[in-house]
Design a protein. Structure first.
Length: 352
């Protein structure tokens, strides 16, 4: 059997009402993993709600909401192994947290503190990318280096649908295909690149199909089905680090999903999409979907849900208190830019 003959998992496991679709089973996903995915989605949904509120209060800067995308971020990160790396965008805070980034550190970034970009040494998370798609060649380069050192690790790079229009995306895909890099390209296709809808972004039948031009496999998954995302990411990881035959192979995963809120708190999504569209996608909500399945199968109950809500709120209060205890001064913005700030900048600091 060759690598190409390894069958890909189903693109959907759970229906929107939380029932397992015909022909599917979850026997290969243990209860501990499913509950961990659920807990982390609940935590990050609440973190997202609080972060939007904190921004409106002027306590943090512009914030990119991840509501609706928890399933894709959390489940994909849980599918990785300890030596694996992720390369996040500015919206992938849920994936970063699953992979070990403390929430208080990510809040420091939103507070304008330079330590917010300091990734702990034992955390295999690349510095978050604000420019679009620039992290993709970095992921491929690190993957190629690891492969040359015979290290068994996968390198998962997150990006949005808009990134597929950038040259970095195509260059990274081409290098990965030619050099058999152990990379998983993970496209969070949330239907809009700020205000540009997917149909204005590409004429391809899908984003996943773009992988064919670079000689490797692309698959589409329901990004709001956490169990499907977990399974398909685990499958792609296995292809990258443990091929059935031959060299490791990259994979492009297109996770179809939706961001419920504005692109950032500086955006107004009502100008380019209507509420009916948003509500239609909310019916596929990843948290409610998995919660209904876990309740129906007896893996959790109402008492657990109530306790979890209290626990999450208490934890987030500790997180924001710890982050806000760090003093932030505007002069920090040049701390790692200039040895000696230019005169014009120095005067601005004095006049503030």
């Amino acid at each position: 059997m060759t690598v190409a003959e390894r069958p890909s998992p189903d693109r959907r496991v759970l229906s929107p009402d939380g029932t397992i679709l015909d022909g599917n089973t979850v026997e290969d996903i243990d209860d501990e993993t499913m509950l961990a995915i659920y807990r982390d989605m609940r935590l990050m949904r609440r973190f997202d709600e609080r972060a939007v509120s904190w921004q409106r209060q002027g306590r943090i800067g512009t914030y990119p909401s991840l509501a609706g995308q928890e399933g894709a971020q959390v489940a994909s990160a849980h599918a990785l192994a300890e030596p694996d790396w992720i390369f996040p965008t500015y919206r992938d805070k849920a994936a970063c947290h699953v992979r070990g980034m403390p929430l208080e550190v990510m809040l420091l970034d939103l507070l304008g503190h330079p330590d917010g970009n300091a990734v702990p040494e034992d955390c295999n998370v690349f510095t978050q990318s604000i420019p679009i798609a620039t992290q993709l060649p970095h992921a491929v380069g690190m993957a190629m280096a690891a492969d040359k050192r015979d290290e068994r690790a996968a390198f998962l790079a997150y990006f949005g649908d808009g990134a597929t229009s950038e040259g970095d995306f195509h260059e990274a895909m081409n290098f990965a295909g030619v050099f058999d890099a152990p990379v998983v390209f993970f496209c969070n296709n949330n239907q809009y690149a700020i205000s540009v809808p997917l149909e204005r972004q590409t004429a391809s039948d899908s984003i996943a199909i773009k992988a064919q031009a670079y000689g490797f496999e692309g698959v589409t998954v329901d990004g709001m089905d956490p169990l499907a995302v977990y399974r398909i990411t685990r499958w792609a990881r296995e292809k990258a680090v443990d091929p059935i035959a031959g060299q490791p192979r990259p994979t492009l995963i297109e996770a179809e999903q939706y961001r419920y809120n504005d692109h950032t708190t500086a955006d107004d999504a009502s100008r380019y999409r209507d509420e009916e569209e948003v509500e239609a996608w909310r019916e596929r909500d990843p948290i409610g979907r998995l919660e209904r399945f876990l309740l129906e199968t007896g893996r959790l109950d109402g008492e657990y849900l109530d306790a979890l809500a209290v626990e999450i709120d208490a934890y987030l209060e500790e997180v924001i208190e710890a982050a806000e205890a760090e003093s932030v001064d505007i002069s920090m913005i040049s701390e790692h830019t200039y040895d000696t700030p230019p005169e014009q900048l120095r005067r601005q600091f004095e006049e503030r």
